[in-house]
Design a protein around this ligand. Sequence first.
Ligand code: SF4
Ligand code: SF4
Length: 113
Amino acid sequence: MPLRLDTLKCTGCGLCELACSFRRDRVITTMRSSIMLHLDDKKNYFGVMIKRPNDELVLGRPEGLEIQGRGDRKEEDGAGAKPILLREECDECDGEIPYCVRICPSRCLYEGE
Ligand code: SF4
Ligand code: SF4
């Protein structure tokens, strides 16, 4: 079932990033996660990015949800989007209940049509 994100409920805890890496490597790290906490210099500005197939990025930021294809990247998106493009794409946990969904304390990550 597709992964969904309610951006305004995200608290920026970063647990989804750790859970996704744990699922891949069985270690607590953020190096291989398909979901990445996004922090900015602005106060209380945070969210998550998810890398999907074909370098598509789901940007869940305070202003809402945006889906960017390869050709949609803008200079003002900053350097934050680059590290996640080097990571593996989300496979929605291959039919399991997604690890990121299980751990998200605010239930802003969920599955749905
Ligand atoms: S659904 Fe699975 S692979 Fe995708 S971001 Fe969540 S934990 Fe990672
Ligand atoms: S676990 Fe949930 S609340 Fe925490 S950063 Fe990830 S999406 Fe946001």
